[in-house]
Design a protein around this ligand. Structure first.
Ligand code: KG4
Ligand code: ZN
Length: 336
């Protein structure tokens, strides 16, 4: 019986979670509001906010799990990829705490953690895929299709050649003057809009790779042209613009994901990462899954954007195998 404390600090959310084996006991997330006024994450401000947040967040996660420091079996942490200054806070904290408690540390890859979030057990919810399954991992920094053979075997079979889907959504929001992060705002406004009001170029690249920079540029130019004729164009059409750009991005994600299923013959399809919170992606994947007789795995909202519960889950898989890290472990910014 293991109690794992997990820490996630790769970007702009400070999160701590406690798991008892694969069962989630607590999952605390302190979001950093400081970035909103800049329209994106400012790395230096993010690491400072992590420093302020980490102790209270860990303390609250332990209290709400109803356990004390001496009950912990190991500390799992995100080693990368992410912002170095942000990762450094979580990594250093995990090492120092584990050293003082004389328990092992477990490094976790942030992207693998997003994928493994499907195995978290809660009293209300458990719906985990069997291996192998395909995972569409869509976040602010990544857009990939992964073939997952086991908790430690991930093959990237599709990847973006330029922007990530979340990055594209955030930039589209910025073009329209909407706040950061744009994903939740566009999702909400799109519900009131007509997704076929504006034709936005869909990426057409061969194979399982994605490209979003052309879509973003055509959105920008389209708005610029309309604004020349009508300075109030964005205000008057914002819901339709949100619905149209969202449809274009989500349908191109789904096209490739269903193509990957056909190519590999794998019919268990999971989504993960911040963009998997998108309501259109969730409902369209359900539809496509039914149509193609695939089983779909859609995570609860709390496990879509960055959270420490998923880090704890990935950590528990390693804990079971006795895979620990040593205290010389340093964070890394990019996937390796
Ligand atoms: O996984 P995540 O929290 O952080 C990264 O690892 O990048 O993903 C953040 C991304 C942002 O681009 C945000 O706009 C997007 O997820 N996002 C959404 C929604 N909620 C968050 N995109 C579309 N619809 C949403 N409901
Ligand atoms: Zn993430």
């Amino acid at each position: 019986m293991a109690y794992i404390l997990a820490i996630e600090s790769s970007c702009d959310d400070t999160s701590a979670a406690v798991l008892n084996n694969d069962t989630l006991l607590s999952n605390l997330i302190a979001s950093q509001k400081v970035h909103q006024m800049y329209g994106g994450v400012v790395p230096e401000l993010a690491s400072r906010a992590h420093l302020q947040n980490i102790v209270p967040v860990v303390d609250t996660a332990l209290r709400s799990a109803g356990i004390g420091l001496s009950d912990l079996s190991a500390v799992a942490f995100t080693r990368g990829p992410g912002l170095l200054g942000s990762l450094l806070v979580g990594v250093s904290f995990a090492k120092a705490l584990a050293l003082s408690l004389d328990i092992p540390i477990i490094e976790v890859n942030h992207l693998e953690a997003h994928v493994l979030s499907h195995f978290i057990r809660t009293p209300e919810y458990y719906h985990a895929p069997d291996f192998p399954f395909l995972c569409l991992l869509v976040s602010g920094g990544h857009t990939q299709i992964l073939q997952v053979e086991s908790p430690s075997s991930f093959t990237t079979i599709g990847n973006t050649i330029d922007d990530a889907a979340g990055e594209c959504i955030d930039k589209a929001a910025k073009i329209m003057g909407l706040p950061y992060p744009g994903g939740p705002v566009i999702d909400r406004m799109a519900k009131e809009g007509n997704p076929d009001a504006f034709k936005i170029a869909r990426p057409r690249i061969p194979g399982l790779n994605f490209s979003f920079s052309g879509l973003k540029t055509s959105f920008l130019y389209m708005i610029r042209d309309y604004l020349k004729e009508n300075p109030a164009f964005i205000d008057e059409n914002v819901n339709d613009l949100c619905a149209s750009v969202q449809k274009s991005i989500i349908e191109s994600l789904l096209d490739k994901f269903m193509q990957a299923s056909r190519q590999t013959g794998i019919r268990q399809l999971a989504i993960a990462g911040g963009v998997s919170a998108n309501s259109l992606l969730r409902s369209r994947l359900e539809e496509e899954g039914k149509r193609h007789r695939c089983e779909v795995f859609i995570p609860p909202f709390s496990f879509t954007t960055d959270n420490a519960a998923m880090v704890g889950m990935a950590g528990f898989f390693k804990y079971k195998e006795g895979i620990f890290s040593d205290l010389s472990t340093a964070p890394y910014a990019r996937s390796k």
